[in-house]
Design a protein around this ligand. Structure first.
Ligand code: TXD
Length: 319
């Protein structure tokens, strides 16, 4: 059986972690691409040398030429620059938009059939730009943020309740930024809604509000600690879950930045919503029956994404 090919555009912190996890999860052969000469090659060699110990069949390659990503099944894009302390995700827009133009051209030429997961920030605007510049079908280009934001929410709740994070389900909608919308009503511990857990005195509303805020600030908290960059272990794990759902036709229901074509009353931009990811790509956008307060919060977040997309269009009027 032919192996799947996974191309990682950007061989930095997240790219390297993605390659390692893809090896451990035996997802297929991995090509690490970067503009910096030597880094993807060095990481690929290092990873290949971990194979005898980890007991996986190695097939890692480092590259500086887009031709090497030819016919990739999945492409995960982390190319660009990350945040430093004091920066917002939106401060990255100008540099990373140029990067998306290059990556889009590479995808168009060498991997037009791929399922593409964008991770680069500011996420919702960059995935929009990547779809435009690559010209790939909208259901084959998605952004990763919701799985990470939900995982952060799950972890904080698991700490609070002292239960396994595995038994916690959460849903985070909207853009990947300060306006993201962690949905309390759709979050539960083994099916027990958070509202019931308040009644059961497991948590107070005030404490829950603090955890929601910590989730919104989850990325900045790590940037503040690391000082030299942003989170990479959890983002890589989250992006690979999306890749696996596509490669193995798992039909996972995951929050992702998906192209909205009228769903939630939004048209023409990407924003975080629950989707089903199958071998077809984004098979379906799930339209939740939101309360008016939830809908307002989502539309507020969508407005923040629209503002970023407008900045992109001012910088690159051809998009
Ligand atoms: O939830 C999410 N979506 C995110 C997003 C969570 C955490 C971090 N997120 C964003 O991912 C972050 O703000 C950055 O925009 C990306 C990548 O983060 P990472 O921590 O991996 O950044 P690095 O280590 O700086 O790696 C970026 C690599 C680096 O090796 C550069 O040489 C390379 O990108 N790079 C390029 N590769 C290809 N082509 C071009 N043009 C290019 N420019 C830089």
């Amino acid at each position: 059986m032919a192996r799947n090919k996974i191309a990682l555009i950007g061989a930095g912190q997240i790219g390297g972690t993605l390659a390692h996890l893809a090896g451990i999860r035996q997802l297929g052969e991995v090509v690490l691409f970067d503009v910096v000469d030597g880094v993807p090659q060095g990481k690929a060699l290092d990873l290949s040398q971990s194979a005898p110990v980890e007991a996986y069949a190695p097939k890692f390659k480092g590259a500086n030429e887009y031709a090497e990503i030819k016919d990739a099944d999945v492409v995960i894009v982390t190319a660009g620059v990350p945040r430093k302390p004091g920066m917002s995700r939106d401060d990255l827009i100008e540099i990373n938009l140029k990067v998306m133009e290059q990556v889009g051209a590479g995808l168009r030429k060498y991997a037009p059939e791929a399922f593409v997961i964008c991770v680069t920030n500011p996420l919702d605007a960059m995935v929009w730009a990547l779809q435009k510049t690559s010209g790939l079908p909208r259901n084959k280009v998605v952004g990763m943020a919701g799985v990470l934001d939900s995982a952060r929410f799950r972890y904080f709740l698991s700490e609070e309740f002292d239960v396994s994070p595995q038994d916690i389900h959460t849903m985070v909608l909207g853009g990947h930024g300060d306006t993201m919308v962690p949905l309390i009503r759709y979050s539960s511990v083994a099916g027990i809604p958070l509202a019931d857990l308040i009644k059961m005195r497991w948590i107070t509303q005030k404490r829950l509000d603090e955890i929601v805020q910590r989730t919104r600030d989850g990325g900045a908290e790590i940037v503040g600690l690391l000082k030299t960059g942003s989170a990479y272990y959890a983002p890589a794990a989250a992006a690979l879950d999306m890749a696996e759902s596509y490669l193995h036709d798992k039909k996972r229901v995951l929050p992702a930045a998906a192209y909205l074509n009228g769903e939630y009353g939004v048209k023409g931009i990407y924003a975080g919503v629950p989707v089903i990811i199958s071998a077809k790509g984004v098979e379906r956008v799930i339209e939740l029956d939101l309360t008016s307060a939830e809908k307002d919060a989502l539309l507020h977040s969508v407005q923040a994404v629209k503002n970023l997309v407008e900045i992109c269009q001012r910088i690159a009027p051809n998009l």
